[in-house]
Design a protein around this ligand. Structure first.
Ligand SMILES: [Zn+2]
Length: 136
């Protein structure tokens, strides 16, 4: 899970806070089941320079880091570069079931999800949003 790639989307921090409170809850049996069965890697703020400097969408280098995932620069987009490296290294060791990046939206309301579609297995990217829609 990661958040705040877009610094102005403060709701990303609220969602991250909620996710952390839930997943670390010592008495919630659902949280315990998740902790017992999954490894969570958490990057609460992917764009700390942008947040500290009050940018809305860009890093200190003036880059929209969310548009740099295909070929991030180690020097200019280090948080994306190393996050991608972390995910690749994890994937070499075990299956990575999901990557959630918490954003906000300037016009949409409530909760919604975008996903990277797998055309061969579209259900892979649709099952989690479907489950969330039924549970919440
Ligand atoms: Zn965003």
């Amino acid at each position: 899970m990661s958040g705040r790639v877009h610094p102005g989307e403060t709701v990303g921090s609220w969602m991250m806070r909620g996710a952390l409170l839930f997943i670390t809850d010592p008495v919630n049996p659902e949280a315990k089941i998740l902790r017992d069965n999954f490894v969570f890697k958490i990057i609460p703020m992917l764009n700390p320079d942008g947040v500290i400097n009050g940018n809305y969408r860009c890093s200190l280098a003036g880059c929209d880091l969310n548009r740099r995932w295909k070929a991030p620069s180690k020097m200019i987009h280090p948080t994306v570069y190393y996050s991608k490296k972390l995910i690749k290294n994890l994937h070499a060791e075990r299956e990575v079931l999901m990557y959630c990046d918490f954003h906000g939206h300037s016009r949409k309301q409530n909760v919604f999800m975008y996903g990277c579609n797998n055309k061969a297995k579209p259900e892979e990217t649709r099952i989690f949003p479907y489950m969330m829609s039924k549970l919440n």
